[in-house]
Design a binder for this molecule. Structure first.
Ligand code: PMP
Length: 420
């Protein structure tokens, strides 16, 4: 007959000796954790706060699940994501190049637009060159994973983003963390361990997205020079936000670009696209361009993704008032929240302001109650932060108005008074 012989080999190979839980996804620890989280939320009468669907552009307001809400949960810091000039740049680029470059840039995916974007980034930073990856997360994973090895040491702030952590683990380098922004303990670690390693890299963020605070970059530069290490700054959130023209931590502290060895950033926030970049000296960037796996073995950035970021860089140069307004509105939010007795932690009032509310259930409740009143803000719960510092995390943009902030903080203050 034509029917295939029944395959009995798989069923028999290790009969009885492999517990069923090792073959089922619903027995995976991750899935078990998810079930527990959902049960916990259900007991508290809360809806899942994640994966809410936005129906259009996410700016200071956004249509979420069919309702127009005030929105404090997007990284559209300078409001360029919905800007008609930026959208037009995307459309024009797609019409010229098509919607995919259909290969790694090393093979046949290279387009003039890629080099234009990289050139503009290098120019913005005042460094020799830059390289763009299709994902911000992959940028950190690939760069750290490729550059460092088992004889090296990576020292990072305890609050560093997951992508840098994963890259550090991938590298095989020894990894140590220091207490958040605690440069004395970093100095101590370097004094004790520098000479046991070949290359040593310090990794910090330009603006911490859970806390809204920044590192003391001049002090870090002094440290890294004294101990002869490299310094990497992840500007995912600081680019577009810090500095008078939004040029990041370099502008904020008025330091020389070359004092930071590896500038990293993402296109997914201010730059209104998607992907990440590394900016620095030619040998660094060329090495990554030829060898970093997440670049080499991944498709080149699509034109309609690259073009908007290039356009935003140009517009930022012409519209410093957006940054000015973002600074003013962020400070206004911080000061009003503090005046209302809210705990804003260490936030300096630059686009990211947490309101620490003391426990995960309380943060989830407040976020839910605000959402019912048309205000969208993400709760940050344990284990993303310690349980007692669970928070609501507000992202500001230059499109927010004082009236919107008054409305939000008055509503929150009333809810907090009710609940306590
Ligand atoms: N670095 C930091 C500090 C981030 O916050 C993020 C994500 N928000 C990333 C890297 C990853 O960037 P992307 O989301 O663009 O992949």
């Amino acid at each position: 007959s034509n029917s295939p012989a029944p395959d009995t080999s798989a069923a028999l190979a290790h009969a009885g000796s492999v517990p069923e839980r090792f073959t089922r996804f619903d027995a995976h620890p991750g899935y078990q954790q998810l079930i527990m989280l959902r049960q916990g939320a259900e007991q508290l009468g809360l809806k899942d706060p994640f994966f809410k669907v936005h129906d259009g552009m996410a700016g200071a307001t956004s249509v979420i699940e069919g309702r127009e809400c005030l929105n404090f949960a997007s990284y559209n810091y300078l409001g360029y994501s919905g800007d008609p000039r930026v959208i037009e740049a995307a459309c024009t680029a797609a019409a010229h190049y098509g919607t995919s470059v259909s290969a790694s840039r090393v093979v046949s995916g290279e387009r003039a637009l890629h080099r234009e974007l990289e050139g503009a980034l290098a120019c913005t930073y005042g460094v020799e060159d830059a390289v763009v990856f299709v994902s911000g997360h992959a940028t950190n994973v690939s760069t750290l994973g490729y550059l460092l090895g088992p004889k090296d040491l990576i020292l990072h702030d305890e609050y560093i983003h997951n992508s840098a952590m994963v890259g550090a683990q991938l590298s095989g380098a020894k990894r140590m963390s220091f207490a958040h922004n605690d440069l004395a303990s970093l100095d101590d670690l370097l004094t004790r361990h520098r000479l046991q390693f070949e290359r040593v890299l310090i990794v910090v963020e330009g603006l911490y997205s859970m806390d809204g605070d920044i590192p003391d970059l001049p002090a870090l530069i002094a440290l890294k020079k004294r101990h002869q290490t490299w310094l990497m700054v992840d500007e995912a959130h600081s680019f577009g936000v810090m500095g008078q023209r939004g040029l990041g931590l370099r502008e904020h502290f008025d330091i020389a670009a070359s004092d930071v060895d590896i500038w990293m950033g993402t296109m997914s926030k201010t730059l209104s696209g998607c992907g990440g970049y590394i900016a620095g000296c030619t040998p660094l960037v060329e090495t990554l361009r030829y060898f970093a796996p997440g670049f080499l073995y991944s498709v080149g950035m699509p034109a309609q993704v690259a073009a908007p970021s290039l356009k935003v860089l140009e517009l930022m140069g012409q519209e410093p008032q957006r940054v000015e307004h973002l600074h003013a509105i962020s400070r206004y939010f911080l000061e009003r929240a503090q005046a209302l007795g809210m705990d804003t932690g260490h936030s300096i009032g630059a686009a990211v302001v947490p309101v620490i509310v003391g426990s995960s259930p309380r943060a989830a409740h407040l976020s839910h109650a605000l959402y019912e009143q048309g205000i969208n803000v993400q709760p940050i719960l344990y284990p993303a932060v310690p349980e007692k510092s669970a928070r609501l995390r507000f992202f500001l943009s230059c499109e927010h108005t004082q009236a919107q902030i008054d409305q939000t903080l008055d509503t929150l203050a009333a809810l907090m008074a009710e609940a306590s």
